[in-house]
Design a protein around this ligand. Structure first.
Ligand SMILES: N[C@@H](CCC(=O)N[C@@H](CS)C(=O)NCC(=O)O)C(=O)O
Length: 256
């Protein structure tokens, strides 16, 4: 069992890299250190679930103290455990790419992998743009930045993703007829928008794109994901996420 107060920023330094590689190639279990919110942790949760991994959520107990002990001063952080050894990796993209590769969610060839990476990157970028321009912006400018986000970045994202999904046969997937990292990331991005105080406005734009809606439904109803995605723990995390975004400035003090 990993204790979240260990100095994760130094952990890998004490173990030879060949041992860390062995842990990462043949992991036995995982712990995801993230806030009890969906946010940047949800895709990792889904990847672990889809892969049938043995894993658990762990949350910071005192974020102010723990922040400096994480590799980049932010979450998510993934602990990868094998026997008495563990590796730690941080940064959402590194964690998601590692797990997706581990669980066969990066396509079957270089071309498919490139497509998956590009749609994953596009959806992850939209998440970051929305966070910076709307969620964490000054309340007095939010109305304007929300309008600009909907008209520009969101509209373009919807249009380009919808076109690709339609070209792929509107089957709920970006590549072929199979689940990928990009599918899971996009489904979570749409859910993220649906948990915002402005969810009606945001979802009004997205719901005009049937292939994107189909993708979300396909991911949520996947037999490997459905049970955990609709579990009591998941519902609690979704509710907490919705409440968090009502006033993220105030709520983040509580989380910390
Ligand atoms: N570049 C990081 C950003 C992660 C990030 O923004 N994490 C937020 C939560 S979503 C965080 O740790 N906030 C607390 C803090 O910065 O003190 C990644 O992609 O993983």
């Amino acid at each position: 069992m990993v204790h979240s107060l260990i100095d994760a920023s130094r952990l890998n330094k004490t173990i030879p890299s060949s041992d860390l590689a062995e842990v990462m190639e043949h992991p036995e279990s995982f712990q995801l250190l993230y806030f009890p919110l969906e946010g940047q942790g949800q895709t990792t949760r889904d990847l672990l679930t889809y892969g049938g991994a043995k894993w658990e959520n762990i949350h910071p107990k005192n974020w102010v103290e723990e922040k400096a002990k994480t590799p980049f001063g932010c979450l998510p952080v993934l602990y990868i455990i094998k026997g008495d050894k563990q590796a730690v990796i941080a940064e959402t993209h590194a964690v998601e790419n590692y797990l997706a590769k581990q669980f066969g969610l990066m396509g079957d060839n270089e071309y498919e992998e490139a497509i998956i990476r590009s749609f994953h990157c596009s959806s992850a970028s939209l998440f970051t743009i929305f966070s910076g321009s709307v969620i964490w912006n000054l309340p007095e400018v939010r109305e304007k930045t929300l309008e600009a986000f909907k008209t520009n970045q969101l509209a373009l994202w919807v249009q380009t993703h919808e076109r690709h999904l339609m070209d792929n046969g509107n089957n709920g997937h970006y590549v072929g007829n199979k689940m990928s990292l990009a599918d899971i990331r996009t489904a979570n991005l749409i859910k993220h928008f649906s948990l915002q105080p402005w969810s009606e406005e945001l979802m009004a734009v997205i719901s005009q794109a049937p292939a994107l809606m189909k993708l979300k439904e396909t991911v949520e109803n996947d037999p490997k994901l459905h049970h955990r995605k609709f579990s009591d723990e998941a519902k609690k995390i979704a509710e907490a996420t919705k409440s968090f975004f009502v006033n993220p400035f105030a709520a983040s003090k509580l989380v910390a």
